[in-house]
Write a new protein. Sequence first.
Length: 337
Amino acid sequence: MTAALLRTAAGLVALALSVAVAVTIGPADIGVGDVWSVVSAHLGGGESGLTAIRDGIVWDLRMPRTLLAAVCGAGLALCGAVMQSLLRNPLADPFVLGVSSGASTGAVLVVVLGVGGGAIGLSGGAFVGALCSFALMLGLSHALGGTTDRVVLSGVAVMQLFSALTSFVVVVSADAETTRGVLFWLLGSLSGAGWTEVWLCLALLCLALVVCLAHSRTLDAFAFGQDAAATLGVHVGRTRLVLLCVTALLTAALVSSAGAIGFVGLVLPHAARALVGPGHARLLPVTALAGAVFLVWIDTLARTVLDPQEIPVGVVTSLVGVPAFVLVLHRTRRTSR
């Protein structure tokens, strides 16, 4: 217990330092002390002592973007860890259920075709599309028997369906400028982050983390297979439905706010298992903190390396994630011998 608390405390300190330093990186000359002054002023209702422009850069632009990156990284990594254990598939990640593709289709329908008549924006359309794709996946997997492999296959089928719909709408209906904007969002973008998205995603992340930690022993039992879990008193069908719904809801919110950011949910759980082992009571908090720190620095790299041009976050996570995943697999293979 003491070691787990120390790991969590160290992770929280690393995350706080990462956020504070990341906010200072950019064309404006801002220090960590300035960040602390602005945050203290806004939380305490005082004055930061900085100009209105510098205060706005910290509080209205960089801070919500950096915090949303942390929340998205933590949420995607948490969902990946749960799904890899729940589905007993080391290649499972938050997008294997087709949620990301559904969100992409919903966003494209709003932006390109104007579905919703302006009542909902891009994020709202993405969220509705994600929920529709998840509902279709649940219905399809239930019709096929509801086993673990059927859930994965149903998710892949739904993912391909909605990906095709997205491509069809963009190719047929969008002009060049709209296509470029939609493509940039689909590849992952935190440029439009605001405090509303931060609080909504943070609330869902906390809810999902509590639910998943409450099922940590159950997830440990799933490592031995569904039959073994059932003999240990686990209600397999109900547990899988609850955890799939929680992870899908969190993924839908994250994708609707930041687009499709790949490899976070695939790589970080494996790296965390190499550090703390497979026990989910230890694994889930470490995975979430690692994902948060990872995406904070990935987003900082994406917005600054080619300044003033910005690289989609999903592109950077893929470029970094592929070699990292190969390294994790190599180390896992060596330790398993």
